[in-house]
Design a protein around this ligand. Structure first.
Ligand code: 3HC
Length: 305
């Protein structure tokens, strides 16, 4: 894939729809209101999930105000631009609708199938999938040409990159809109092939998989953490897994292992760890100091501590 088409082809975005109100979706919903200053609609399966997302966004706006990054008028304006609901019919007015629902092709296809009935003919659909095929996600759409991959990184507010993924069917208007939106969000954007893990997660899954493999071979957790220092990464592997979430990390790892079994190490029982409220213990600087007792039990002595 080569760069961005003419930005004159981009659709003007006057309202953004965010499907899902989990941590990733809430983070980028906030970024959309802050940077594009347009109304943002956020939905989820039930009101409790929507309220949780809205509470997170409200807290982050409070933090920005407390740090003096925004004044109180702006804080109020941002709060007013975010609207949470379970009523999907409200997506009718959105020009750019992005999903961050469960990382399962069937779930994403179903969600987009519903949304496609509601949105305007020329609205753009985007998926924040981290490792699934964008073409496959769009394959059940009546108009797959308007779907684009738009992959954020955690923490969304500070990670400078967005991976943009066009399928063979994506229109230049969809692609151009994605680049213009990314620029509006203050991010740099790269266009990658629609290949499992795109580029960033493929690199990360290599690193994470080897960290996990080292554990299973018997190297203690803290040794693995220390061994990453020479790479100069801002976070150690287990800090990073904790940041993105064990469930997400395990899913990315398994998707890579499934796509390239000879090259990637599956997450083994990391899925079980994902159900624990806390997996690693950390010191006050956020450094990993060991496994929690519950995690050790799950790992059943399979790894060093
Ligand atoms: N949400 C919002 N803002 C955050 C944040 C969060 N979760 N974490 C940190 N920040 C902000 C801080 O508020 C601070 O902003 P300020 O300068 O305005 O006060 C700024 O980031 C720097 O934070 P700190 O000074 O506290 O900490 P560090 O300098 O140690 O940086 C970090 C923290 C930016 C998270 C850094 O450790 C880092 O870059 N880590 C790597 C993260 C990474 O690799 N992410 C990619 C994950 S893969 C992924 O998301 C793909 C998915 O598909 C799996």
């Amino acid at each position: 894939p080569v760069g961005a088409p003419d930005k004159a082809l981009a659709r003007k975005v006057t309202m953004v729809g965010v499907i899902g109100a989990g941590l990733m979706a809430s983070q980028f919903a906030l970024l959309f209101v802050r940077k594009l200053q347009v109304p943002v609609l956020i939905t989820d399966l039930d009101q409790a999930r929507v309220d949780k997302g809205l509470a997170y966004i409200g807290d982050e706006i409070d933090k920005l105000a407390a740090k003096g990054r925004i004044d109180s008028d702006t804080a109020n304006k941002l709060r007013g631009l975010i609207h949470g609901t379970t009523d999907k019919s409200e997506y009718a007015d959105c020009d750019f609708v992005i999903e961050a629902v469960f990382e399962e092709v069937g779930v994403k296809q179903q969600v987009f199938g519903e949304i496609e009935q509601i949105i305007a003919e020329d609205a753009i659909l985007a998926t924040n999938t981290s490792s699934l095929s964008v073409a496959e996600i769009g394959s059940k759409l009546a108009h797959p040409e308007r779907l684009i991959g738009f992959h954020f990184f955690n923490p969304v507010a500070v990670m400078p990159l967005i991976e943009i993924v066009a399928t063979p069917q994506s229109t230049d208007a969809a692609l151009s809109t994605a680049f213009v939106v990314a620029r509006g969000l203050g991010k740099s954007a790269v266009r990658t092939a629609d290949a499992p893990g795109f580029v960033v997660n493929r690199l990360l899954a290599g690193v994470m998989g080897e960290a996990a493999r080292a554990l299973y071979e018997g190297t203690p957790l803290l040794t693995v953490e220390k061994a990453f220092a020479p790479l100069g990464l801002p976070m150690t592997p287990f800090q990073l897994i904790d940041l993105v979430g064990w469930k997400v990390a395990a899913h990315v790892q398994d998707t890579m292992a499934h796509a390239f079994p000879d090259r990637f190490f599956a997450s083994a029982n990391f899925h079980e760890l994902a159900d624990l409220p806390q997996v690693v213990e950390k010191d006050k600087n956020g450094r990993v100091t060991g496994w929690t007792k519950a995690a050790q039990k799950v790992l059943k002595g399979a790894v060093g501590t």
